[in-house]
Design a protein around this ligand. Structure first.
Ligand SMILES: O=P(O)(O)O[C@@H]1C[C@H](O)[C@@H](CO)O1
Ligand SMILES: Nc1nc2[nH]cnc2c(=O)[nH]1
Length: 292
C-alpha cells in the first residue's frame, strides 16, 4: 500500500510538466552534486535555476553544503541538469522523496545519471582528497527492507525485481579511469565499493570494522537509493565518491571527522571533480530514439 509519504507516477508527471514548461530543452544527463560539490553546477552554460521550494512535490534541502537548487544548462554541448544538493534519509524524508528526482529525470528524458558524494575511507590505501569511482555498492538500509522499491511496483517505472549486477556502467568507469590518468591523477583515483548507511552519525570503531569486513571501501549516507531507482527505470549510472576522511578502525587511531571538514575537502577538490565529470560528459554519446 502507498503511504502519504509516497509520491506517485502522476505526481512525477506533474513535476515534469512544470519543468518542461520552463526549460529550453530536456536534459540528457543528470548530475547529483554531493556534500560540498555543488560548484560543478556553476560550470553549466545558459543556466536556468530553480529553487527546490518552487518545484512541485520537491522536498527541501536541509543540510549545510546542499544549496537546494536544480540547474539546467549545457556542459560540453550536452543538455544537462545538476542537483545542487540531494535529499538524505537522515533528514527524515521517505525513500520515495529521497529518490523522487531520479524518476523526474527519467520522465524528462535523461539517459545517464552521474552521482557524486562525500565518503569516509575504510580502505588502507585511500587518503582524504582521493577519488573513488564506484564499482558497486552495499545498500545497508536496503538490505533491511528500507528500500526505495518497497511497496507496490509501478511497471511504468520499471520491473518488480530488477537486477543490480551491472549497475555502475562499465564503459563509463573505464573512461573515467582513462581521464584520471590523462589529467595526471591516476595515483589518487581508485575503483571500489561504496557502502550506504543511514547516518547522521559517523561510524563507531566497531561499525567501521564490520563494514570493512563486509567488503566496503568507502562509507557514506546517500547514493545507493538513488542508484537503485535509476537502475530500476533503466538509466545508465556513473558514481564517484570524494574521500573526505579516514574512518577510524582502531581505538588508538586519532581520526576525527565532522561535517565541516567534509565540506572543506569538497572545496579543495572541487576543481578536480569538475574536470573529471566535465571530461566524462564530453565522452558520452547520447542515442536519441528517432521521432515516431
Ligand atoms: O550527500 P553526500 O553523500 O555527499 O553527504 C555526505 C554524507 C552526509 O550527508 C555528509 C556528512 O558530512 O556528507
Ligand atoms: N557514514 C559516513 N558518511 C560520510 N560522509 C563523509 N565522510 C563520512 C564518513 O566517514 N562516514
Amino acid at each position: 500500500m502507498l503511504s502519504k509519504e509516497d509520491l506517485r507516477y502522476e505526481d512525477c508527471e506533474e513535476t515534469v510538466q512544470w519543468l518542461l514548461d520552463r526549460i529550453q530543452s530536456p536534459p540528457d544527463i543528470a548530475i547529483i552534486c554531493g556534500s560540498g560539490l555543488g560548484l560543478l553546477a556553476e560550470t553549466l552554460s545558459n543556466p536556468k535555476t530553480f529553487d527546490y521550494s518552487q518545484i512541485p512535490h520537491f522536498p527541501a534541502s536541509t543540510v549545510v553544503g546542499h544549496s537546494g537548487q536544480l540547474v539546467f544548462g549545457t556542459l560540453q554541448d550536452k543538455s544537462c541538469v545538476c542537483m545542487k544538493g540531494r535529499f538524505h534519509v537522515y533528514e527524515g524524508y521517505s525513500l520515495s522523496k529521497v529518490t523522487f528526482p531520479i524518476r523526474v529525470f527519467k520522465l524528462l528524458g535523461v539517459k545517464v545519471l552521474m552521482v557524486t558524494n562525500a565518503a569516509g575511507s575504510l580502505c588502507e590505501k585511500y587518503r582524504p582528497g582521493d577519488l573513488m569511482i564506484i564499482r558497486d555498492h552495499i545498500n545497508m538500509p536496503g538490505m533491511a527492507a528500507l528500500n526505495p522499491l518497497r511497496g507496490p511496483n509501478d511497471e511504468r517505472f520499471g520491473p518488480r525485481f530488477p537486477s543490480l549486477w551491472d549497475t555502475y556502467d562499465r564503459d563509463l568507469r573505464v573512461t573515467a579511469l582513462e581521464i584520471a590518468r590523462k589529467i595526471g591523477h591516476a595515483d589518487l583515483t581508485h575503483e571500489g565499493v561504496y557502502c550506504m548507511v543511514g547516518g547522521p552519525n559517523f561510524e563507531s570503531v566497531a561499525e567501521a570494522r564490520f563494514l570493512q569486513k563486509l567488503g566496503a571501501d568507502a562509507v557514506g549516507m546517500s547514493t545507493a537509493p538513488e542508484v537503485v531507482v535509476a537502475k530500476h527505470c533503466g538509466l545508465r549510472v556513473f558514481g564517484l565518491s570524494l574521500i573526505t576522511n579516514r574512518v577510524a578502525q582502531a581505538y588508538e587511531m586519532q581520526e576525527s571527522v565532522n561535517h565541516s571538514s567534509v565540506l572543506e575537502v569538497g572545496k579543495q577538490r572541487s576543481q578536480l571533480l569538475q574536470t573529471l565529470i566535465t571530461d566524462l560528459v564530453r565522452s558520452i554519446q547520447i542515442n536519441r530514439e528517432p521521432a515516431a
